[in-house]
Structures are given as structure tokens and as C-alpha cells.
Design a protein around this ligand. Structure first.
Ligand code: FES
Ligand code: FE2
Length: 361
């Protein structure tokens, strides 16, 4: 089977990417190597590594990594011991050194090898020259990103003017509130495709449709990200049946930033929600939502505003999950292979597929 697939950069002529990209596990392996291992991945939060010795672990495809604070330096390494591949860190916590959980080799926080018990008499073994394998790490506001590709452009360059675009919302000052995750029976790209267009909003999300001015909805593709602008609908009469009240904010717009391939920053009403789409298999993914706010509630689970906000997010998410899972089932149908894009509404999806084509082939 051919790995390469046809793709037309002209959306008016283009057909969507073939169904095998969503069904064949071989593409997931390729994506892990060529897409997820070459792009900035949202790995965790800066507050988790605020103090010297604090660390957290994360997974990028099959690669376990550890991010830690070493004085003023933020560092990231593959979480793989140089001896026989044991883990040098688990979960999160605070340590003066990293000790492998297998035979106890220990590493300094800068990754250099500190002690190798029982290794005397081993020929040409030079622990003082050995070092955990480092990974590029970078932050924006409360978020920590890593990139497994040593040659990747810096995060700030990839993000271009995203910081300025969301400056009015105060994202960089925001603090973590809470998280929720969903396991979904669809290929990660089905979820991302769906995220990247507002075309389905009137049909799939009647509740959300009441809040957003879909006539003014637009998607702006850039090099490695795209931005969806959705002005909040003006309120006529009472606001009782509205979840978002544009009069209550200086920023009466929802800005949805997608960073290739799998990170979303949804910014509206003085809060930001990050979504990370993690492939679990060729037909399964996990979507993790983290909420941030300039003024976080002391207890989101019992704060009426937040309970309402999160319930509304869950309602929209459940609608998206139902359609994404139905689409994944139909992508396996013997009669479907490729479709067409709406040139007016699906330029964001076409842009995603063009990046995918660029990275995969
Ligand atoms: S694998 Fe780490 S000490 Fe043996
Ligand atoms: Fe949706």
C-alpha cells in the first residue's frame, strides 16, 4: 500500500484525504515519528515545575519524558535510563536527584550520571561522560511544551503572533483551575478535523449556535497554526437563556487557536481552556481539557459560574464525540474514500491536511 497520498493545495479542486489515513495503523506509526516527534507538544504546566527539583513525566507517543526544574533552568530529558532503559522518574514530585527504579543508577538534575552502583570492573565504562538524553523545552504563559526534534524551530517562532492575538485575555497571567479528559473511539485526526471548522455548529451544537455569530465566523490559517474567530452574538432582551454574556466582558469574542498537530487554546470570557488530542491507537484518542483563568475560583467544583461553564463545555464535547465516533465508523465503510471541502467553511481542515501531507510525505 502506498504511504504517499494525493493532496491538492487548491481547496476548490481538492478532495479530502483518503479514508485509509484514519483506518490503517501504519499511518499512526508514521505520524508518531514524523509529526508528533517533530512538533511542539504541550506536556504540562509551569506551576508543576516551579521549585528546584520539581519534576513531572509525560508521554509523547511511545516516548516517556521527564521535565524538571534545576535552579533557574527548566530541563527535559527522555525518561530512559542509560543502563537497561528503566524509568528515571515516575508521575510527578520533587527530588534532589533522579534515581532509576530498576537498579538505582542516579542522575543529577542536569542529566549527568552521578552514581552507578556495582559497575566497577566494566571495561571502557565512563559514567562521567554519560548523560540523560536532553529534549528541547519551552514555555508560554502557564504552559510547558517540549519538542523531540533537535532541529525544530523555536516555540516562539512557531507561535508567531499568537501571544499578541490573545493578549487582551491575559492568558500569560492565567493560573490552572481544573482538568477533565475523554476517551473517544475515533482517530485523532477525526477529532482535529471536526475542531477546525464551524460548519457543523448549526447542526451538531444547537446550544452553542445560540451563543456565536456564525455569519461572522472565520478561520485564518497561518504557517503552523490557525485561528478561528467567533464573535459572541449580541444579546437581545434578557440574558437568562444565554451562557455567554458579551456585555460582561471586554473581549466579546471567542478565539480558538489550533497549533499543529494536536493542541488547541480556546480563549473566551477571561479564561482559557487547552485541549490536547492524544492518539491511543489508530481508532482511539484521548482528549484532555485543562482550564485556566486570571482569577481562578478557590474550588471550581463548587463555584456556580464554573459549574455552569464546565457543564456547557461537556455538553458541546458530548455532541462532538457522538458525531466523531459516527464518522470514524463510516470511514470504514467499503463505499467511502474521499470527499470534498467546503471552500468557504473548511479552509482550516484543508490547512491541517496540507501540513499533514507536508510532514508525512
Ligand atoms: S535500568 Fe536504570 S539502573 Fe538499570
Ligand atoms: Fe463541534
Amino acid at each position: 500500500m502506498a504511504i504517499v497520498f494525493p493532496f491538492d493545495p487548491n481547496i476548490a479542486r481538492a478532495e479530502t484525504i483518503p479514508a485509509r489515513l484514519y483506518n490503517d495503523p501504519v499511518y499512526l506509526e508514521l505520524e508518531v515519528e514524523r509529526v508528533f516527534s517533530r512538533t511542539w507538544q504541550l506536556a504540562g504546566r509551569l506551576e508543576q515545575v516551579a521549585d528546584h527539583g520539581q519534576y513531572f513525566t509525560a508521554e509523547i507517543g511511545p516516548n516517556s519524558i521527564v521535565v524538571l526544574r534545576d535552579g533557574a533552568q527548566l530541563r527535559a530529558f527522555y525518561n530512559v535510563c542509560l543502563h537497561r532503559a528503566g524509568p528515571v522518574a515516575t508521575g510527578c514530585g520533587k527530588r534532589a536527584t533522579l534515581q532509576c527504579r530498576y537498579h538505582g543508577w542516579t542522575y543529577h538534575l542536569d542529566g549527568s550520571l552521578r552514581a552507578t552502583p556495582g559497575m566497577d570492573g566494566v571495561a571502557q565504562f565512563r559514567p562521567d561522560e554519560m548523560h540523560l538524553v536532553p529534549i528541547a523545552v519551552s514555555t508560554w504563559g502557564p504552559l510547558v511544551f517540549v519538542n523531540l526534534d533537535g532541529k525544530a524551530p523555536p516555540l516562539a517562532q512557531v507561535m508567531e503572533d499568537i501571544p499578541q492575538r490573545v493578549a487582551a485575555f491575559g492568558c500569560e497571567r492565567m493560573r490552572y483551575v481544573t482538568s477533565r479528559s475523554w476517551d473517544i473511539a475515533c482517530n485523532w485526526k477525526v477529532y482535529v478535523d471536526n475542531y477546525l471548522e464551524g460548519y457543523h455548529v448549526p447542526v451538531v451544537h444547537p446550544g452553542l449556535h445560540k451563543e456565536l455569530d456564525m455569519d461572522a465566523y472565520r478561520v485564518e490559517p497561518r504557517r503552523f497554526f490557525s485561528v478561528q474567530h467567533a464573535p459572541l452574538r449580541p444579546v437581545h432582551g434578557g440574558t437568562d437563556n444565554r451562557r455567554y454574556d458579551p456585555a460582561k466582558t471586554d473581549t466579546p469574542e471567542a478565539v480558538y487557536v489550533w497549533m499543529f498537530p494536536n493542541v488547541m487554546l480556546n480563549v473566551y470570557l477571561d479564561q482559557m481552556q487547552t485541549n490536547v488530542v492524544i492518539p491511543l491507537g489508530h481508532d482511539r484518542c484521548r482528549v484532555v481539557f485543562d482550564w485556566y483563568a486570571v482569577d481562578p475560583p478557590s474550588d471550581a467544583a463548587h463555584d456556580p459560574e464554573w459549574v455552569k461553564l464546565m457543564a456547557f463545555s461537556a455538553e458541546v464535547q458530548d455532541e462532538d464525540i457522538a458525531i466523531c465516533e459516527a464518522v470514524q465508523r463510516n470511514l470504514r465503510s467499503r463505499i467511502y474514500d474521499r470527499g470534498r471541502y467546503s471552500a468557504r467553511h473548511e479552509n482550516g481542515v484543508h490547512h491541517f491536511h496540507s501540513l499533514l501531507h507536508e510532514f508525512l510525505t
